[in-house]
Design a protein around this ligand. Sequence first.
Ligand code: ITT
Length: 198
Amino acid sequence: MKFVLATHNAHKVAEFDQILASSLPGVSVLGYDGPEPVESGSTFVENAFIKARVAAEHTGIPSLADDSGLCVDALSGMPGIFSSRWSGEGATDSRNVDLLLAQLADVPDEYRAAQFRCVIAVAFPATASSPARELSVEGVWPGRIARAPEGTSGFGYDPIFVPEGFDVSAASLDANEKNELSHRARAIRELARVLGDA
Ligand code: ITT
């Protein structure tokens, strides 16, 4: 069975394909070059479904889309869906990180809990024998926000995210180790389980 992944990020296509195919023989994940909708939802779930539905309509093939971000308890779950543009117009990873650290400057260590979250939505188009169908899964990677950036691998908020059970940031982990533990890996494994049961 083939799925289209609604992203223009080739690295994500490879990660999804590798994890899904290893759990579900015969499943493969293809890239997508169709229209990119505006992510106008107010939750990860809404945004993931907006992307998956557009890809399914455009291709006629079952389509996957993910939406992810960092949720900080002391900021009531923000930056959340605004993670990539937290520092506003022209946001960059380092400006986002600096702003988040400034916002948490007075927050003591015991209140710095945070989670990376990833929702994957799946849209199955209607076929001759079955109506259109949708499902979603979520992966959560718990941790806390450090006081200063550390490490050089990864991207986004990795330099200030210390995963539960570690004393170093996600940007200090080996790429393979992060890809085993991450919110995205957890969501993809959950998807493999759900599709395997379907
Ligand atoms: P699409 O093109 O597939 O929509 P994107 O660039 O919008 O991907 P994501 O939805 O995966 O990126 O993530 C949104 C933001 O959340 C991303 O720009 C980072 O700031 C943050 N983020 C998500 N996953 C992360 C991770 O593994 N490590 C660090 N930051 C992450």
